[in-house]
Design a protein around this ligand. Structure first.
Ligand code: C2E
Ligand code: CA
Ligand code: CA
Ligand code: CA
Length: 276
């Protein structure tokens, strides 16, 4: 028994050490990688449920570390936030997304790209002017860039955040609530938030086939959103059963592995914009 315990501790130590080493490597590399603009963007299509047509894509950040391989954004985005680098990372994403959107609009003029914003970016007074500069540099209307924000941003009462939200709305950037249903945003708040699109979190979509309560919730959220003039996007659609149920329930926009994984720009253009 004593031996087992020792072994247990040994593997715990080794695991912890591995995690610390990994974290140190990532911490060292991230500032350089952002500075050298070595992060890449992947694009996941968003599909109109009624026609199957391409509406746009969500922009997702990718990092390939020389030694560690691909690092998931769920790991490096929080790290960038902790290291005070999220502003720089976010700027890079915004500028690239604007450039890419302009290029692709030559093939599909109404294409819209959705960019994820960290709550910390909302604390920076320069957010709106930065976004305006990015779209103006490529002669894009602000409507070409949808901004995905989390419920927590909308529920916070900080002055900087409210000012940013007001400026972004006035400038004409469409706002989407990301991962809707996972936070604490009450449905009663929705009409006041001036958000044009709700992205229903993947956890709801996953349970559509198995949990009748979830099914009822999703149905009523879709109904409510329509009544107050909001769009609904279902995230994480993986099966035809989920797709067909969502279409029947009136969900207009679909996104998930059933249609495509997030793709590098070239692969996205070849597959969805008919570029060769
Ligand atoms: P998110 O904004 O909720 O993005 C959707 C995530 O779900 C992406 O993971 C996407 O690859 C994944 N996904 C899409 N369809 C499916 C599906 O059918 N099944 C499953 N299982 N997963 C699906 P990813 O790319 O790993 O990104 C994770 C999170 O990292 C994002 O969640 C977002 O919160 C954050 N993130 C990514 N890029 C950025 C960025 O440029 N800025 C900021 N602030 N956050 C980012
Ligand atoms: Ca998102
Ligand atoms: Ca999401
Ligand atoms: Ca998320």
């Amino acid at each position: 028994e004593a031996k087992q315990t020792r072994q247990h501790f040994f593997s715990f130590d080794a695991e912890l050490e591995g995690r610390i080493r990994r974290r140190r490597l990532l911490e060292q590399a991230l500032p350089r990688v952002i500075h050298a603009r070595q992060l890449h963007l992947a694009y996941q299509p968003i599909i109109a449920s009624s026609t199957g047509a391409l509406l746009g894509a969500e922009v997702l950040c990718r990092w390939h570390h020389d030694e560690l391989g691909p690092v998931p954004p769920d790991e490096f985005i929080p790290l960038a936030e902790q290291l005070g680098l999220i502003g720089a990372l976010g700027s890079l994403v915004i500028q690239r997304a604007a450039q890419q959107c302009a290029e692709w609009r030559a093939h599909q003029p109404d294409l819209c790209l959705s960019v994820n914003l960290s709550p910390l970016q909302f604390r920076q007074p320069s957010l709106c002017s930065e976004l305006l500069q990015a779209v103006q540099a490529w002669q894009l209307p602000p409507a070409a860039l949808e901004l995905e924000i989390t419920e927590s941003v909308l529920m916070e009462n900080a002055d900087e955040i409210e000012t940013n939200l007001r400026q972004l709305l006035a400038a004409g950037f469409p706002l989407a609530i990301d991962d809707f249903g996972t936070g604490y945003c009450s449905l009663a708040y929705l009409p006041r938030l001036h958000v044009s699109n709700l992205k229903l979190d993947r956890s709801f979509i996953r349970e559509l086939e198995s949990n009748p309560v979830t099914t009822a919730i999703v149905r009523s959220v879709i109904g409510l959103a329509h009544e107050i003039g909001m769009q609904i996007t279902a995230e994480g659609v993986e099966t035809e059963v989920q797709r067909d149920w969502l279409i029947a329930a009136g969900c207009q926009r679909l996104q998930g592995y059933l249609f495509s994984q997030p793709l590098p720009a070239e692969a996205f253009a070849t597959r969805f914009l008919g570029k060769r």
